[in-house]
Design a binder for this molecule. Structure first.
Ligand SMILES: Nc1ncnc2c1ncn2[C@@H]1O[C@H](COP(=O)(O)OP(=O)(O)OP(=O)(O)O)[C@@H](O)[C@H]1O
Ligand SMILES: [Mg+2]
Length: 302
């Protein structure tokens, strides 16, 4: 797990961020950045680099390795700090709060500016990164370090998708993105998986969700990871979140992903509320969503 570094922000100085971003710059060329190159990348004097390296090593933001040369690389903690600092400077975040969800693919924390928000750090390359790291040829020059690239790409994809979908689809409002982090509105409610709907609400909520998926399809996206864990329900309605893997509707497998999303979602409702949810052909519902004509599940009951 990646440590939460937000608490360390107050004790850090501008030059610490210059050093971290110098290491980040150097990592565009090789995973382990040569010490001698750091003054150039960071804009700090060699003496200042020595001092900042010590501070950042001690706090676990970077790692050091001596192979053919003395090299430094960012840890996820250092990358988190760079993103966090940028978001604070842009006034997207004023206060840091407690975890909202900590998983294998992401860490989500409550943050505040003028209202409660959520900060999601993408961790897509994390597991992979630890395995790959053991066997990698450290000296080979790389275009990019894969965990950093993977996590940043996922955040960019998710943010762009949210921007396209909001506000026509019930998704968290996107606010800012930096590196592998995105800031969005904090959703009200609880995960669908943890909710117990009243009998008379069940079909209405499912219809609402299917209409949201219809709007998303109209705008050009299939979620592609639909489940009871990526939906929040509250008094105010539903929110569908976690969009980094969404595919455009002109993707060759888009309709297959749509059918899988529907199988998951309708299947979940049917298992949990067998007496309330009508049996239906997923194929039929998928066609109705794809041609924009979906209104109620009842119309497709078998
Ligand atoms: N905008 C938000 N507001 C409130 N809570 C959120 C928000 N975004 C995410 N969360 C919480 O964080 C959890 C993980 O978020 P998300 O599903 O986007 O990431 P994930 O990549 O699926 O993570 P995991 O690997 O844990 O499945 C969610 O289940 C939810 O509880
Ligand atoms: Mg999720």
């Amino acid at each position: 797990m990646v440590r939460n570094v937000a608490g360390l922000l107050p004790e850090l100085e501008t030059e610490d961020f210059y050093l971290l971003s110098g290491v980040e710059q150097g990592m565009r060329f090789s995973e382990w950045v040569q010490r001698e190159k750091l003054p150039n990348f960071s804009g700090l004097t060699p003496e200042e680099v020595d001092y900042r390296l010590e501070r950042c090593l001690k706090r676990g933001f970077i790692e050091k390795k001596t192979i053919q040369y003395e090299g430094y690389t960012l840890k996820f903690e250092g990358y988190d700090l760079l993103a966090l600092n940028a978001l604070v400077e842009r006034d997207a975040i004023a206060e840091f709060g407690s975890p909202l969800g900590v998983g294998k693919e992401s860490d989500v924390y409550e943050v505040k500016s003028y209202k409660p928000l959520a900060l999601k750090y993408h961790r897509e390359g994390y597991t992979n990164f630890r395995e790959v790291n053991k066997e990698r040829d450290y000296t080979s020059d790389k275009q990019h370090v894969s965990w950093m690239y993977t996590a940043r790409k996922a955040a960019e994809r998710e943010y762009e998708t949210l921007e396209e979908l909001y506000p026509d689809v019930a998704v968290p409002r996107p606010i800012e993105q930096n590196r592998h982090a995105i800031v969005m509105d904090k959703m009200p409610g609880v995960e669908l998986s943890r909710s117990k709907l009243e009998d008379e609400q069940v079909v209405g909520v499912l219809d609402l969700l299917l209409r949201e998926l219809t709007h998303a399809y109209e705008i050009g996206f299939v979620h592609a990871d639909m489940s009871e864990y990526n939906i929040f329900v509250s008094e105010e309605g539903v929110t569908i979140f976690d969009w980094p893997q969404a595919v455009p509707t002109d993707h060759e497998n888009a309709d297959e992903f749509l059918r899988r999303d529907l199988t998951n979602l309708i299947g979940y409702f049917r298992r949990k509320y067998p007496r309330t949810v009508p049996d239906c052909e997923v194929e039929d519902v998928a066609n109705a969503i794809a041609d924009g004509s979906f209104e109620t599940l009842d119309a497709h009951a078998t």
